[in-house]
Design a protein around this ligand. Structure first.
Ligand code: 4GS
Length: 257
């Protein structure tokens, strides 16, 4: 019988010549637990197993010359077909610096997909005809160059998986930076004093309303200093406008500007 993978909430399928690299997320921490609990599922297909020449090679020279190699078309194509045949409605994602740059709000939309096939490129990349005919979406994890798409696929699997119900606590997701277009407020844990540095008194007060106000003010202030672009996107409430004004005033006094 043909293998099918349809019993989890989300099914990731990775086409890679280095599946062992994924032990970095599969065997550790929160993603490791989610796989054990069968909330998520990750499968691999290695183009090398679809290579038909006697050296099982998976790279080839680019037409027109130039340095570097590309992934061979046939093994990659056959691996994609095999992945598609095992799934019902998979979305095929290719990771490359030419893709649209991933942001948290894109990740929030991607969790709606039940099945994703990631193509991990190596060398200089893959044949354009595969991108044109087999790939549904092209994403980039950032404007820099990696040696392979595997780390990018792991970044996507990690950031999508933590939003799946049951993987982490719902409250932690609601408090994420970016989900409200604000950076996190500063956090502290024991001890109360270390090397002359103390915890802000308000956090020890037990006054939950005052703590909420302090944290909101810190979030607004930190975002204003470090990521003013995020604040521009956000419609502030009356309370938030007042708190940010207080923060700015104090900050300007302290820094003489
Ligand atoms: C990225 C990136 C990337 C490009 C893979 C050169 C090997 C490499 N993938 N976001 N060939 N940035 N891929 O750098 O996704």
């Amino acid at each position: 019988m043909k293998k099918k993978y349809n019993d989890t909430i989300i099914c990731f399928n990775v086409i890679t010549i280095f599946p062992e690299m994924f032990s970095a997320i599969i065997n550790y921490g929160i993603i490791g637990q989610a796989i054990k609990k069968k909330i998520i599922n990750i499968n691999f297909l290695n183009p090398r197993n679809f290579s038909k020449n006697k050296y099982k090679s998976v790279d080839d020279r680019p037409y027109g010359g130039g340095p570097g190699m590309l992934m061979s078309v046939e093994p990659l194509y056959l691996a994609i077909q095999e992945a598609k045949s095992r799934l019902k409605n998979a979305t095929v994602i290719y990771l490359s610096p030419q893709g649209k740059e991933l942001k948290q709000n894109n990740i929030e939309k991607l969790i709606a997909k039940k099945q994703i096939i990631f193509i991990c490129g190596r060398y200089e990349g893959i044949d354009q005809r595969i991108i044109d005919n087999q790939v549904d979406e092209e994403w980039s994890i950032g404007s820099y160059i990696l040696t392979g798409g595997e780390l990018a696929a792991m970044v996507m699997i990690d950031s999508i998986s933590r939003l799946i119900p049951g993987v982490i606590k719902k409250k932690s997701i609601e408090e994420d930076s970016f989900s409200n277009n604000l950076l996190d407020y500063p956090s502290y844990t024991r001890p109360e004093i270390i090397k002359n540095m103390s915890v802000p008194q308000i956090l020890l007060s037990g006054n939950h309303d005052q703590i909420r106000i302090w944290r909101l003010k810190q979030s607004l202030g930190k975002t204003w200093i470090k990521r003013p672009d995020l604040l521009k996107k956000k419609k502030l409430t009356e309370e938030e406008i007042i708190l940010l004004d207080e923060f700015k005033k104090k900050f300007r006094e302290k820094n003489n500007y």
